[in-house]
Design a binder for this molecule. Structure first.
Ligand code: ADP
Ligand code: MG
Length: 141
């Protein structure tokens, strides 16, 4: 996929995510970065739909992540509230990031090294506001 995209509504961001999802397989981890309200969860929702997940996809609030069952199981993590993943519990992420699953991680910045040790970084997605409902979505392999 090319690197830089512009979307002008949530559906376009979801469609872009679906395109990326089509290239993912077990063991792939996608980092999703951007400020609050940028559209990280919207992006993950689009990817999850494309991967066959029918239920509600929202940012996990009371846990660091959610696990969804599908042909390939999918994890969705939000590390916003995590202070230091290394000292909190090194095994915490292993329940979500593993070779048999696809994983999407919002706010991955504090845990990139831990994530990379557990599985394969497939892509880094950065979403930025560009006025109103417009967003710039950069996808780095
Ligand atoms: P984050 O997870 O980054 O905090 P969310 O995906 O939860 O962000 O929220 C993004 C909000 O912005 C949603 O209310 C969504 O409908 C809205 N939105 C408006 N335009 C877009 C767009 N082009 N792409 C993604 N979300 C958008
Ligand atoms: Mg979110």
């Amino acid at each position: 996929m090319s690197r830089r995209h512009e979307t002008s509504d949530p559906a376009q961001t979801e469609a872009l995510a679906a395109e990326l999802a089509a290239a993912l397989g077990p063991g792939d981890v996608v980092l999703v970065e951007g400020e609050l309200g940028a559209g990280k969860t919207t992006f993950v929702r689009g990817a999850c739909r494309a991967l066959g997940i029918d239920g509600i996809v929202t940012s996990p609030t009371f846990t660091i992540g959610q696990r969804y069952e599908a042909t390939v199981p999918v994890s969705h993590l939000d590390l916003y509230r995590v202070v230091d993943i290394g000292s909190e519990d090194p095994d915490l992420l292993a329940d979500y990031i593993a070779p048999d699953r696809i994983a999407f991680v919002e706010w991955p910045e504090k845990a990139v090294a831990t994530i990379a040790a557990l599985s394969r970084l497939a892509a880094r997605v950065v979403i930025e506001h560009a006025g109103g409902d417009r967003r710039v979505v950069t996808i780095e392999p």
